[in-house]
Every structure is written in C-alpha cells, then in structure tokens.
Design a protein around this ligand. Structure first.
Ligand SMILES: NC(=O)c1ccc[n+]([C@@H]2O[C@H](COP(=O)([O-])OP(=O)(O)OC[C@H]3O[C@@H](n4cnc5c(N)ncnc54)[C@H](O)[C@@H]3O)[C@@H](O)[C@H]2O)c1
Ligand SMILES: O=P(O)(O)OC[C@H]1O[C@H](O[C@H]2[C@H](O)[C@@H](O)[C@@H](O)O[C@@H]2CO)[C@H](O)[C@@H](O)[C@@H]1O
Ligand SMILES: [Mn+2]
Length: 451
C-alpha cells in the first residue's frame, strides 16, 4: 500500500488532535509517510502541533516526517491529500453569527439561517485562495474539504473549479447519526449502508441496511419513537447541547414519520422553539470556547509540559475516522459507500443538475460514483428547493457583492421569512463583517447614498 503525504490545513483547529488520534487508529487503512500542518495563525497552530509531535512520537513512530508551517509552498509541495478545516473569522465571528440573528428573534446558528450566510460569505474567499494554492504546488492532490458552511462552500467551489474532480466536500453529521443507529442495532458504524438524500445539513435517511443487505430502517425508527435518540460518538455523547439536539430526532420522526431526519432539520422545522431555548449570552460559540477549545488547549499544554501522554486521556472520534475512511477509499479504490456532496446531474431526478446534493456514493480512485436517488416527493422537494435557492443566492451575493441578493437569500430562508426582519439582520451582519466584506460594504454605502 502506498504511504500518503497528508496536509492538514487549519492545523490549529480544535479537531486536529482528534484527527491525529483517528489517523493513528486507522493507520492500517490509511498509512502515512508524512503529516504536515498548515495554518495562517502561527501561535494557534504551534500549540496543537507541539502536542501532536509528542503523540506521534509515542503512537506513530514509523511516520517518516511531521512538520508544521505557515508557508504554502512548504506545506503543499508533494501532498497526496489535503484535509481542509479552516474557520475564517474564528470562533469570535461565530459568536456574532449566532447572536445577531437571535437579537432579532431568529435562529442563531453556525451553518443554518443568517449565521450560516455570514459564515459562508466569509469562508468562500479564503477557500478559493486555499484551493488555488494547493493546485499550484500539488496539482494531483485530493482536497477533502469539511470547512463550513459546507453547502455554501461546496457551491462556490463547484462554480470556481468546475473541472477539478479531485475536490470533495464532506460532513460528519450523517456518520455521527449512524453511530447512534449502530448503537441501537448493536453493530459497527462502518458495517451500515445508508440510503440518504438532501443538501448538506438538510437531508433524510430513507433506508439503513447492513452489508449483508438486511433492512434495519423500521427497527431504528421503532427504537427511536419508543426509547428516544442519543448521541453515542465519544466527542458528543456527554455534551448537553448535542444530547438536546439528538432528542429532537424523536420529535421530528413523530411529526414526519416517513424518513429519518438529519439533526440540523430542527432549525428549519421548529425555528421559533429553537430561538426560545437559546440563552442570549451563551450561544454555541461561547460553549465551544469554554468547552472544546479550552479542553483541547489544556490537553496540549499538559502533553507539551510532560513531553509524554502519561497524564492525558485521548479518544478517537467519528469525525476523524469518517474523513480518513473516505480518503482511504479514494486512495486505494476500496469502492466503499459514504455520504458526500456531489453535483446533482440527475441523481435526484426532479432537482436541478447544478445543485450540490448530499447523497451516498461509491468512492473510487476516479472519484465519487453516486447512486441514483430518483424523484423525491413534494414535501422534501419543496423544502430542498427553498434551501437550495437560498444557498445559491448567498454565493451570488458573494460574487456580485450584492446587498439585494443577500436580502433575497435571507427572506427565502425558512428561519427568517419576514422581509423587514431579514433587512435588519442583514444590516447588522454587514456592520459586524465590515473587515471581511469591504466591497459589499462600499457598494451598499454608494447605492444608499445615491438613493
Ligand atoms: N463538515 C463538517 O461536518 C465539520 C465538522 C467539524 C468541523 N467542521 C469545520 O471545521 C472547521 C474548523 O473548526 P474549529 O471549530 O476547529 O475551528 P478553529 O477556529 O478551532 O480552527 C480553524 C483553524 O483554521 C485556521 N485558519 C483560519 N483561516 C485560515 C486560512 N485561510 N488558511 C489556513 N488556516 C486558516 C485558524 O487559524 C484555526 O487554527 C470549521 O470550518 C468547522 O465548521 C466541519
Ligand atoms: O457546535 P460544535 O462546534 O460542537 O459542532 C459543530 C459541528 O457539528 C457537526 O459535527 C460534529 C462535531 O463537530 C464532532 O465533534 C462530531 O463528533 O459530532 C458532530 C456531529 O456529527 C456538524 O456536522 C459540523 O458541520 C459542525 O461544524
Ligand atoms: Mn457538518
């Protein structure tokens, strides 16, 4: 098996240590020659990287090289795979994305609704630059992106790099949900085969099979409606916020029993309740700053101080394992099935060809070979078409620096709907994002001055 040169872009991410533990757990499936971290924030990356050095020394001694850099050429030259996990604006801007809509009585969420729009319009420019840099130094590398909001990033990358079939956008949410299905069934998550359709953070499981072809869908549905639904992946099993979110699956299944929903649908199906449950000063970004980020940084400090792992507990999570299994299937032509984002082109036959849909695909050396879904029925089609129009308008707004398109996008979004509210939120988001959207700000000020 050829050993791979892997680059992690966004090396300072709170997910990196989990990813490293997953690379160690998966070394038989995805053997590595080198790991390189790349980040624009030297200090943030250094802490994670110096702890990683100790972990790898103890647990991956056969790895030929580990390094970290802020130099693109050093990072990407000779890369076989680049995993991209960047966050433009950091958690500080995530907090703005959540709190601004909430101040107007609208869902405040990282990837859904107005927060997702703002995060998308920050991420697109950096993602395009990063992909161009990778392609400059590593024309053949696989780029696996999970930078959020993945739906909007995927649409922008589709427009920008249409002929590049070695870029794949992925989300771990379906896999994390499947970990809980596996728990219900007493099986291993990678032994389950899903049928699924939708957009990123906006989809449904229609069937769950095992590898022998047995259908477990009704067993899972019955178990959820009888006993509820809980997160089981190590990273989220004890997190009160994720426990609440998974509980909502039972509720969604009672209201809409046909298919098993992605957890993110709660924001679109019960927007008012989601707003009512929020604590204005303690939205998810604040919880992550005081929770996962603090935990990861303390863990790194401890490892660096000890230069050993004797005082820490390290866990493998589905996030890392999923990305790595995807990469392994592409690298070694395993032809395994994973839920990924691809251009529709008839997969869901009654949606536009140029939609970026999230569906199961067989992953081969030549890329994803998605399975046909066929036509979807009116309820799902209606929901998806509205969300898809919103996503496309956000990307239009980015390219055209258009206040009008952003206003249309927000008004279409199920979490907003009301045009005057959309305008108030948009104006506040623009103010908070002045440094990120200078051309949009300038154009808006020019046009409003004229009118
Ligand atoms: N698709 C999914 O299902 C999924 C799952 C988990 C995380 N994510 C995404 O992964 C990303 C990382 O999340 P996090 O909470 O760890 O964020 P984080 O802020 O802790 O980490 C992001 C890192 O990226 C770096 N960075 C920012 N801009 C960069 C650029 N242009 N080039 C290189 N590095 C850059 C930052 O300095 C930081 O170290 C986010 O986009 C998050 O939404 C996606
Ligand atoms: O609110 P956060 O920052 O804790 O999580 C936001 C992400 O949630 C989903 O992903 C993961 C989670 O990040 C990971 O730790 C895993 O173990 O469980 C979650 C559910 O799969 C979501 O898919 C991402 O897009 C979000 O960034
Ligand atoms: Mn996701």
């Amino acid at each position: 098996m050829k050993k791979q040169n892997l680059v992690v872009a966004g090396g300072g991410s709170t997910y990196t240590i989990g990813m490293i533990m997953s690379l160690i757990a998966e070394k038989e499936n995805f053997p590595l020659k080198s790991i390189t971290f790349y980040d624009t924030n030297e200090d943030r990356q250094q802490k994670v990287a110096e702890a990683t050095r100790v972990i790898l020394r103890e647990k991956y001694p056969e790895l030929e090289s580990f390094s970290y850099t802020t130099d693109k050429e050093k990072a990407f030259t000779d890369a076989d795979f680049v995993f991209v996990q960047i966050r433009t604006g950091g958690l500080a801007m995530r907090e703005q994305d959540e709190q601004i809509p909430l101040q107007h009585g609208v869902v405040g969420q990282e990837t859904c609704g107005p927060g997702g729009m703002a995060y998308g319009m920050r991420s697109i420019g950096d993602m395009i630059e990063l992909v161009k840099d990778v392609r400059h130094y590593a024309p053949e590398a696989w780029i696996l992106n999970y930078t959020n909001p993945a739906a909007i990033v995927a649409e922008a990358l589709r427009r920008e790099f249409n002929n590049d079939n070695k870029i794949l956008n992925i989300c771990d949410m379906p896999a994390a949900i499947m970990v809980s299905y596996a728990g219900i069934l007493g099986k291993e998550v990678f032994d389950l085969v899903p049928e699924y359709f939708g957009l990123n953070h906006f989809g449904w499981f229609t069937k769950i099979y095992d590898k022998e072809g047995n259908d477990h869908t009704d067993t899972i549905k019955n178990a959820i409606t009888k006993d509820g639904f809980m997160p089981e992946d190590a990273e989220i099993a004890n997190d009160p916020n994720w426990i609440k979110t998974f509980k909502q699956v039972e509720r969604m299944l009672n209201d809409f029993p046909e298919y098993l929903p992605n957890t993110y649908l709660q924001y679109y199906l019960y927007p008012q309740e989601m707003v009512d449950k929020e604590e204005a000063g303690n939205t998810r970004a604040r919880q992550v700053i005081n929770g996962r980020q603090k935990r990861v940084h303390e863990l790194c400090d401890q490892i660096i101080a000890d230069q050993s792992l004797e005082n820490v507990e390290l866990e493998v999570d589905i996030h890392g394992r999923y990305m790595i299994r995807v990469a392994a299937s592409l690298a070694y032509h395993n032809c395994d099935t994973f839920i990924v984002m691809v251009e529709n082109n008839g997969i869901i036959s009654n949606l536009p060809d140029d939609a970026m849909v999230e569906v199961p695909a067989m992953l081969t050396k030549q890329g994803p070979k998605p399975f046909s879904v066929g036509p979807i029925s009116t309820f799902y089609k209606g929901l998806i078409e509205g969300q898809l129009a919103y996503e496309k308008l956000v990307v239009d707004a980015f390219y055209e620096n258009s206040y009008e398109k952003a206003m249309q996008a927000l008004t279409l979004n199920r979490t907003v709907v009301d045009a005057p509210v959309a305008r108030q939120i948009l104006d506040d988001l623009i103010e908070a994002n002045r440094d990120y959207w200078p051309a949009l700000v300038a154009r808006k000020e020019r046009e409003f001055a004229i009118n």
